[in-house]
Design a protein around this ligand. Structure first.
Ligand code: PLP
Length: 417
């Protein structure tokens, strides 16, 4: 093929490295792909513990933790130490699954020790979405079936497979056609479980729906779901990307319900701020990825040594320092500030909150006012009339009081005007 003179000529204009807030913002808007017309835009300078500082020195109490990622706050000293030690040894060495890597092997062993039987095998990915994709493929490969059941209003990610099983049609319609044979049922509706049959490869559910505005399943529903899946030979996949790793007060949210999934999907807080996802299952199920075809599911960066080292330090700290023991009490403490006649409902599990109002305008005003007063809250993808709170699990009672008072004052001011 003749490419002619297609040599790329680069302009020699000098582009200064952005250091001040205005230039960083200019580059952000001009060169970083935007996902919405109105980004939250805090010009981050540094972060420590429960706080983020912007480039003008303004301090924000972080009550969102990067959407339930920084479950031990920012720059936890034990996580930083583990990262430094890993950097001194090695970074990336080879695609996932070929070399045995100490931090990865230790993390897998730790997770399997913390997970109930029969889950005893972990597949690492780089993101939550990628773990969802792997879990769906694994269920199809293991059962030899292709019908998938998922839930209305759910969020499982933005790639084609994970979007197909997600439940917000507004986010899906522009990208159809998506995966065939995906059927969606209603959360907490036991009658809908009749759709699960012996053609069903899997049912995928967020144990607690996050981006639907925090929808908590009732015990009889989730137990009936578990039973129906077992009866039909359909695998139950629980997506705990957002609500796992202690967010609900238990390490895994399914522990509240006395059930065990066939495949558990993890992400977000698992990597302690570094990119890491995972899905875990019994060796019996997971081994169907080893043969026919060989390399049935592969990734380059999954289980990155640095992410695994951070994750291991995070898990050790969470468990050894018994951080989960105080999550419920902290949750109740924060809830005590969320008392206002205009609040329609506060939904809470552990340290994860949805604060619901009659309309989204009030929510927008409150979220922006809180930001201006130095407290970070955020919206939900599929519940515009509520805002979310998910502070670090190791936040102090003092910080909760400080944040709770800011939120309470902001709500009062919004409804006064
Ligand atoms: N599943 C759930 C429940 C989530 O909350 C998210 C992210 O918000 C995802 C999947 C996608 O994870 P990631 O953004 O890491 O790909």
């Amino acid at each position: 093929m003749d490419f002619g003179n297609a040599e790329l000529i680069r302009e020699e204009t000098i582009m200064p490295m952005a250091t001040d807030k205005n230039l960083v913002s200019k580059y952000f808007h001009e060169f970083v792909a935007q996902t919405s017309p109105l980004p939250f835009e805090i010009s981050v300078d540094r972060a420590e513990g429960s706080y983020i500082w912007d480039s003008e020195g303004k301090k924000y109490l972080d009550f969102i933790s990067g959407i339930a990622v920084n479950n031990l706050g920012h720059r936890h000293p034990k996580i930083i130490k583990a990262l430094k030690e890993q950097i001194e040894k090695h970074l990336f060495v080879m695609v996932y699954g070929e070399f045995s890597i100490k931090s990865q092997a230790n993390l897998a062993a730790k997770l399997c020790q913390l997970l109930p039987d029969p889950i005893d095998n972990v597949y690492f990915t780089s993101t939550g979405t990628e773990a969802v994709e792997g879990a769906l493929k694994l269920a199809k490969r293991y059962t030899g079936r292709h019908k998938i059941i998922s839930f209305k209003k759910s969020y499982h990610g933005s790639t084609h497979g994970s979007l197909s099983v997600s439940g917000n049609e507004y986010k899906k319609f522009a990208f159809r056609p998506l995966l065939p044979e995906v059927y969606q049922i209603e959360f907490n509706n036991t009658e809908d479980l009749d759709l699960i049959d012996d053609q069903t490869a899997c049912v995928i559910m967020e144990t607690v729906q996050g981006d639907a505005g925090l929808r908590i399943p009732n015990l009889c529903f989730i137990q009936a779901l578990r039973e129906k899946c077992s009866e039909c030979g359909a695998l139950l996949i629980l997506d705990e990307i957002q609500v796992g790793m202690g967010r609900t007060g238990k390490l895994f949210a399914f522990e509240h319900y006395g059930i065990v999934p066939d495949i558990l999907v993890m992400g977000k807080a698992l990597g302690a701020g570094l990119p890491l996802g995972a899905f875990a299952a019994s060796k019996k199920i997971m081994s169907s990825f080893t043969q026919d075809p060989v390399l049935g599911h592969i990734t380059t960066f999954g289980g990155n040594p640095l992410s695994c080292a951070a994750s291991l330090a995070f898990l050790e700290c969470l468990m050894d320092e018994k951080i989960l023991d105080s999550v419920e009490e902290k949750g109740k403490h924060l809830e005590s500030f969320l008392d206002h006649p205009e609040i329609v409902e506060v939904r809470r599990i552990g340290l994860f909150f949805a604060v619901e109002f009659k309309d989204k305008e009030a929510v927008n005003k409150i979220v922006l006012k809180c930001r201006d007063r130095g407290l970070l809250s955020f919206w939900f993808l599929s519940c515009p009339n509520a805002f979310r709170l998910s502070p670090p699990l190791n936040i102090s009672f003092e910080e909760i009081k400080k944040g709770g008072e800011i939120i309470r004052n902001c709500i009062e001011e919004v409804f006064k005007n």
